[in-house]
Design a protein around this ligand. Sequence first.
Ligand code: GLN
Ligand code: ZN
Length: 781
Amino acid sequence: MTISQQIPVATLGMPRMGRRRELKFALESYWSGKSSAADLLATAKALRAANWREQHDCGVSKIPSNDFSLYDHVLDTAAMVGAVPSRYAWKGGEVPLDIYFAMARGKQGETAGCGHAGHEHVAQGHRSTAMEMTKWFDTNYHYIVPELTDDQTFALLSMKPVDHFLEAKALGIHTRPVILGPVTFLKLAKSPAEGFNPIALLPRLLPVYEELLRRLKLSGADWVQIDEPALVLDLNPNERAAFEFTYGQLSKAAPELKIMLATYFGPLEDNLETAISLPLAGLHLDLVRAPEQLETVGRLAPKDLVLSLGLIDGRNVWRANLPAILDRIKPIVAGWPLDRVEIAPSCSMLHVPIDLGMETALDVDVSSWLAFAAQKTEELVVLAQALSEGRQAAVGALKASAEAAAARAMSTKVHDPLVEGRIASIDGGMKQRKSAFAERSKVQAGTLGLPPFPTTTIGSFPQTPEVRKARSAHAKGELSYVDYETFLKKETEAAIRWQEEIGLDVLVHGEFERNDMVQHFGEQLSGLAFTQHGWVQSYGSRYVRPPIIFGDVSRPNPMTVRWWQFAQSLTEKPVKGMLTGPATILNWSFVRDDVSRAEACRQIALAIRDEVADLERAGARMIQIDEAAFREGLPLRKSDWKVYLDWAVECFRLASTGVEDATQIHTHMCYSEFNEIIDAIAEMDADVISIETSRSKMELLDAFKSSKYPNEIGPGVYDIHSPRVPEVGEISDLVMLARERLSDGQLWVNPDCGLKTRKWEEVRPALMNMVAAVCALRKKV
Ligand code: GLN
Ligand code: ZN
């Protein structure tokens, strides 16, 4: 039985790296000079072929091509249209591989994220010639930000979309090429010219897209998927008009080439009218984030507009309840002709792991509730089959799907009455410190006795090759538990001794025992699972394996107390307890879809609260709760910000306020753009916050004017993203700049972030200079 004549199935895009991360290893081998460009390209080609075949064999009829990228699809688009910044000394013509990679990673290509690969703005300081990188909408995928000048010109320089279409065609597979839409491309771009909006370049860019569409048509394409996720953002009338202009032009460029315009990551809302009025053959809707769109669009859209129904979650790992989806859409689509719809995931499946079949160590129940890209593809086919031919055509698969959903809903692995009871009994008192900051800061000043401008670090010290080697040897069973512990103790002790020696005021244990700031906690919490191969792309060749929050979260045992105790036993100086905050754990995980994000976050907050209480009981005078990903959780639409900020702040307070006035709560955030969220940051009511400011010359501290933010602040004075050691004078200058904006009593002195990605040879002199700068300052004031 072939269903391809009936309702088509699309996947919109597939993970690129291969089941065994073949692309990562091929890239790294090429970058290090161990293999040739030809080797790399051959690996890439084989991965594409395997991907196409697999989808073809599974019954996908709208198989994407050009969804593959060696690094990033936004960078591909920049290279395709010739948007290469002048510093790359590009001579025109097709952008050579080495310039392409230089744009992505700089020449030397050293990479170091900010302690976690899910980080918002990944370090670029030391990659001086690389282009900036930032988060792709609200995913943890990072794209290369196009840099466009006001006199930018464009030309079609790469035939990648055409080449990949032909490559698939040669294998006997007809594909639907995917390209990034011109409006989204320009909207994501930045310009060095002050006040210049790249959208203005649209008239110059469109001829390139028109030519591309004509070439695709000539090569035999009948459809093209154009991704315009910018349509789910807040747009001004100008930007909406840009969509009308663009698709008015493009629809004329190659009239027989049908355009499927893909929107995803949210509802169209106020852009809906614009979207359905465009002269298109098809429109893709994210019906996971915005299921209500189906009814509205179905009613308002022209009857000949093909609607691609994004029904399977492309952003999460859960197996769908297929009969429930059918029940939901059936009343709406019942009267529609079959050729009015396509079945698709909500967005490209780039953001989910490849194949659940690779997981051999997951709990069998948890595993039966999951679906990765390969399994989601099967789900799409089943949905299309049931819609085209009736449910009896897929009765077995539908039954299994419903059974898994029912088992998950009932499972005691998911539902813990103790956790649910605790959540129900949260009251206002649990979200409130005993006294206001003004009062408790006096108590803390009395008990802590810190000098003015206290110095500290953010938590981690270099994860040296020895540390990593020991961890992996232990994981493989080659290093015994006792020997590993002995090793970690030695590292911790050395770090404490050294911090004392150079005269830091508040010490940290160094985090040598941690693999990752989320995983370390996730592995000790109930309700979270970890995969062996569940990698998703963070940027370029960097992949992360996010934890999967599958059930009610609790903390069976203390997680950090032992290491803190050991470190504190070595010194009289205060050692900070070091925890990861609830919003950060949530934002860097796959989150369950059967409770709200707020609810899942509250559970994590209670688990952290328990840890905070245990640390305090053990004698910790300072406890730091890192919220590196707090800002990352902001929704795409401004109108949704308040709701997120309210519960994220509430969760931080739940986690942190159960302590005595004398216990000092610290938090840390890896960025400094706080202007729009400063009220929420103040609401968190941490006694001390450390932030990243060294590269912004403290200007971004303006948000923290004491009227807005009375608590204490440690603006970073040492750019940890760079191997460069800052001079004493530079650090003093930064501290002086901070003093212009904050009162002396508020100020701490610390690096921008944790030091795990740096080398001791860099960290030692840098921190000694930091302490020297503060000593000189103390003598003066
Ligand atoms: N405590 C963590 C560290 O020092 C914080 C890292 C982060 O915020 N990204 O590594
Ligand atoms: Zn940080």
